[in-house]
Design a protein around this ligand. Structure first.
Ligand code: HEM
Length: 517
């Protein structure tokens, strides 16, 4: 009798546990939450994504859209409810509606800061983000960021002249030796580490580094690229279960990520200290001076470590990193992807060269102003930005209130992943989406048609990429200069299927031959 009662209790207990586990696994925040995979304790739906495609989570997400026949997928990343939006119209809505302007609190972002606080522009939100983004953009704009500006364009041209000399005459300094091999092939994307960071450096500090002093730029560039490559589309499991760093410091990639960020921050800190030493209220020379003035004005020099912040030193460091890191690695990575497309498209290169010949000639290098005169070259870069979307899943947003999307209910705090790579290959908008066709952005007269370019490589709305204009100008001037001066070839035909997905898409390091024309 006793034993049958205890068996009954055990059976009831097991049934209870099983039902709790099933309810946990199948949990949805509401009946109107989008369809999607179940979740497991701690990691949420991460293991299902990894099982579908552990190298490229945006492709796993595309597969989920097929499996659930839905362009909005509901799931959990760690404990957080999340949706993946794989539809052009809906992504536009997300980017335009202010209740989607939040950023999730990711540990990947926190580990960039000395005190693990949320700092910078990329990964912050609310009033602090709004105030800081406005200040950074307005002040950097004064120093030429994101607009036509003679100093910026001269700096770009100086950098390109140094690059041409390196490619034509070979390395002159120790740090340049690893950029070219004995057969004269150049290493990509490392070749471009100094080019754009040096331009941003002038805006931040009022001076650029001469060619002989640029070793530090190549070092920080390598760290920035490592940061971008070590992440994944959604910020790694480490972002959602930060304590796994104590158990698996290597596997979770905590150690390497923390280290590369600390190295980059140390360089920025020393730049800020140099500006501080010669700071003169009556002579504001650069962005860092302007920021230091703001720190003094608001009395905010003491770094609080709290998530609400104003003008303070740590914010200066991470905020500057938000502009330097993409200049170090996002634009070089994108250049690598464009060059890989060009080496397999000789007819495209010839057409670009003819256009440059007719409009610019050989006597001078192409300039930002030429963007309107070289519609085919501009279309090539736009097509490259579309086909190899640099940030395949955008940067995650988060809902700041309960809301709905396409009839689905999303609670406040839902992570929103914009499938930028998915929508930039949406067949109804970009016919033959996997074909490289710059002509898709030209009208019948061969003029660039912005209306026909519905791609969204930089996001849009309030959180649109803060460096879009700078990046577009930099890519245009660099690619047209290289094509004007050189023919390009690689030993092995590059294969887009080999691309790596971290925070951004990169081609694995490769060697490219620039032959003078
Ligand atoms: C080809 C190059 C680049 C591409 C494709 C790109 C793309 C993007 C994308 C997709 C986002 C996220 C938008 C969103 O949250 O919806 C972003 C954000 C951002 N980008 Fe870029 N980016 C590039 C280069 C740059 C450069 C060169 C800079 C600075 C010098 C920069 C600075 C930023 C900043 C600060 C944000 C965060 C904006 C915010 O959250 O308010 N980016 N970028």
């Amino acid at each position: 009798m006793i034993s049958s009662i205890s068996e009954l209790i055990i059976a009831a207990f097991v049934a209870l546990i099983v039902s709790v586990v099933i309810r946990y696994i199948r949990y949805r925040p509401s009946d109107r939450f989008p369809p999607g995979p179940p979740r497991v304790p701690l990691l949420g739906s991460y293991p299902f994504l990894l099982a579908l495609n552990y190298r490229h989570l945006h492709r796993a997400a595309a597969r989920l859209s097929e499996l659930y026949r839905s362009n909005v997928i509901g799931l959990h990343l760690g404990p957080l409810p999340a949706v993946i939006v794989n539809d052009h119209t809906l992504v536009r809505q997300v980017l335009q509606r202010s209740e989607f302007d939040g950023r999730p609190d990711l540990f990947l972002a926190r580990l960039r800061d000395e005190r693990y606080a949320r700092r910078g522009i990329f990964f912050t939100d609310g009033e602090s983000w709004r105030e800081q983004r406005k200040f950074f953009l307005k002040t950097l704009h004064e120093y030429g960021f994101g607009r036509r500006n003679d100093t910026v364009e001269q700096d770009l041209e100086s950098g390109l002249t140094e690059l041409i000399s390196l490619l034509k005459e070979g390395p002159q300094y120790e740090h340049e030796k690893s950029l070219l091999n004995e057969a004269g092939y150049a290493r990509c994307p490392q070749l471009f580490f100094a080019l754009f960071s040096n331009v941003i450096l002038r805006m931040l500090t009022a001076s650029r580094l001469e060619r002989e002093d640029q070793a530090v730029l190549f070092e920080v560039g390598a760290n920035s690229l490592a940061f971008h490559r070590q992440g994944d589309d959604y910020g790694l499991a480490l972002s959602y279960v930060p304590w796994i760093r104590y158990i698996l410091p290597g596997f979770s990639r905590y150690r390497v990520l923390r280290e590369v960020n600390q190295k980059a921050n140390a360089v920025i800190r020393s730049l800020a200290e140099q500006c501080e030493k010669t700071y003169n209220e009556a002579d504001i020379r650069c962005f860092i001076d302007a920021y230091l003035r703001e720190i003094k004005r608001t009395g905010g020099n003491i770094t609080t470590g709290s998530d609400c912040f104003g003008f303070e030193y740590d914010q200066l460091v991470i905020g500057c990193a938000d502009f330097l890191v993409p200049a170090f690695s996002a634009i070089p990575a994108k250049l690598g992807l464009i060059l890989q497309r060009l080496v397999t498209q000789p007819a495209t290169v010839t057409r670009m060269q003819t256009e440059i010949e007719q409009s610019v000639g050989q006597a001078r290098l192409p300039r930002v102003d030429d963007r309107t005169n070289l519609p085919f070259c501009e279309a090539v870069i736009r097509e490259a930005l579309r086909i190899d979307t640099l940030v395949p899943s955008g940067i995650p947003h988060v809902t700041t209130q309960d809301t709905e999307l396409a009839g689905y209910q999303l609670p406040k705090g839902t992570l929103v992943i914009n499938g930028l790579d998915y929508i930039n290959h949406q067949e109804d908008i970009f016919p033959q989406p996997h074909e490289f066709q710059p002509e898709r952005f030209l009208d019948a007269d061969g003029k660039l048609s912005l209306e026909q370019d519905k791609s969204i490589p930089f996001g849009a709305g309030h959180r649109v990429c803060a460096g879009e204009t700078f990046a577009r100008n930099a890519l245009f001037v660099t690619i047209t200069t290289l094509v004007q001066q050189f023919n390009v070839a690689t030993e092995l035909a590059p294969d887009p299927a080999q691309h790596l997905t971290g925070v951004i898409r990169t081609a694995p390091d490769f060697w490219i031959k620039f032959t003078s024309r």
